[in-house]
Ligand binder design. Structure first.
Ligand code: SF4
Ligand code: SF4
Ligand code: SF4
Length: 390
């Protein structure tokens, strides 16, 4: 396993830096060092790899570590490797921008065709893996709530509130700055890592392949996912869950370099992994989406009732910190209603006071979603860059 990313960081400032100092106001962690008029650099120890500085640098002077040549192309060229690829929902609505299509155009069927032309053996979307994350996260929340209520059998569940775990930039921020909060973070893997683990276990079995020959690639809107895939703990099956990550921008570049006429590609469908998914992944890419999907799962399990009776509007929106209370009738408590208090944070720069409240036992929340990027993964550091705004 390459540890180059972990040792050197994902994001770095190039010699093109014009010392304008814009990036220091963008960075949520104070990782960028330098004053107006002097070349800037990134302090790796503080950087959470979110790539927000990269997509906001007016001079294109910030780059991310690329796995395309050293990992992905080599795997595609290796006849002994079976290369599978997953794609996150936020990619399919941004990729078209790189080919002149209107922002928001869903190009997933052309993207599946392009990925096959690039040589990937199987092409999947991450939707069913997001369902696995949500099931794990929702179940864990229920166990933590039961533990807090003193329901027998749940004494080993973690403390409340539960924080989400699917944004690797947020997780690194917590590790670097508030290690005491870690027991509050969900133990569920992100959809990317869920997919990777399942590709080396269930999929290997289903396709009668040696898991060691499967090379698992993901296409993500996110630079921090590169860091996440190289974290040493993600080898539970004995194999690295995800071997390499490319961003939306890098996939577009691969397609262009291969001379593929993307806009005129005939539509193709993704390969089927397990069957249908709930569509929870589609809202994962937007702030509040993980919270809403997990709440829906928890509501259904706790109440035993069908969906459609809860107004989830309160957890939607774009304010950096939003909160709501969802009344959940709990079957195990004879139908007694439990007010589940939730909070959504978009931007790690806003999370410190919320963590301080939890650590000081002043928080009334049960569940807190934290996503680093403004508006969620749709505005991740791996997405197309619109320089026309400068
Ligand atoms: S925004 Fe770009 S050009 Fe300006 S200081 Fe930062 S890296 Fe340099
Ligand atoms: S990647 Fe994110 S945390 Fe790292 S320097 Fe850039 S803005 Fe700051
Ligand atoms: S919000 Fe999404 S795109 Fe941004 S760092 Fe987190 S996982 Fe990556």
């Amino acid at each position: 396993m390459s540890t180059a990313v972990l040792n050197n960081g994902v994001i770095h400032v190039s010699d093109q830096c014009k010392a304008c100092d814009h990036c220091t106001s963008i960075c949520p962690t104070g990782a960028i060092q330098g004053r107006l008029g002097e070349k800037h650099h990134i302090e790796i120890r503080k950087c959470i790899n979110c790539g927000q500085c990269l997509i906001n640098c007016p001079f294109g002077a910030i780059d991310d570590f690329s796995m395309v040549n050293e990992r992905i192309r080599k795997a595609l060229d290796n006849p002994h490797q079976f290369v599978v690829v997953q794609e996150a929902p936020a990619v399919r609505v941004a990729l078209g921008e790189e080919f002149g299509l209107a922002p928001g155009t869903n190009v997933k069927n052309k993207m599946y065709a392009a990925l096959r032309k690039l040589g990937f053996d199987k092409v999947y979307d991450t939707e069913f893996a997001a369902d696995l994350t949500i099931t794990e996260e929702g179940t864990e929340l229920i166990h933590r709530v039961f533990n807090a209520l003193g329901v027998p059998g749940f004494e080993h569940a973690g403390p409340l509130p539960q924080f989400t775990s699917c944004c690797p930039a947020w997780v690194k921020y917590a590790e670097d700055n508030y290690p005491q909060i870690l027991p509050h973070i969900s133990t569920a893997k992100s959809p990317q890592q869920m997919f990777g683990a399942v590709s080396k276990t269930y999929l290997a079995e289903k396709l009668s392949l040696d898991p060691g020959t499967i090379y698992s690639v993901s296409v993500m809107p996110c630079t921090a996912k590169k860091y996440e895939c190289d974290r040493p703990e993600f080898i539970a099956s004995g194999y690295k869950d995800v071997d390499a990550v490319m961003t939306t921008r890098e996939l577009a570049q691969m397609i262009k370099t291969a001379g593929i006429d993307f806009v005129n590609l005939p539509d193709e469908r993704a390969d089927q992994f397990i069957g249908s998914s709930t569509g929870a992944a589609t809202i994962f890419g937007v702030t509040g989406g993980v919270m809403e999907a997990a709440l829906r799962t928890a509501y259904e399990v706790l109440s035993g009732e069908a969906l459609g009776k809860v107004d989830f509007q309160a957890v939607r929106g774009l304010d950096p910190v939003r909160e709501a209370v969802v009344e959940v009738p709990v079957k195990a408590l004879g139908g007694k209603t439990l007010p589940v208090s939730v909070c959504i944070v978009t931007g790690t720069r806003y999370v410190a006071p919320i963590i301080e409240d939890v650590l000081a036992d002043r928080s009334n929340y049960h569940f807190i979603e934290v996503m680093n990027c403004p508006g969620g993964c749709i505005n991740g550091g791996g997405q197309p860059i619109r320089r026309d705004t400068y």
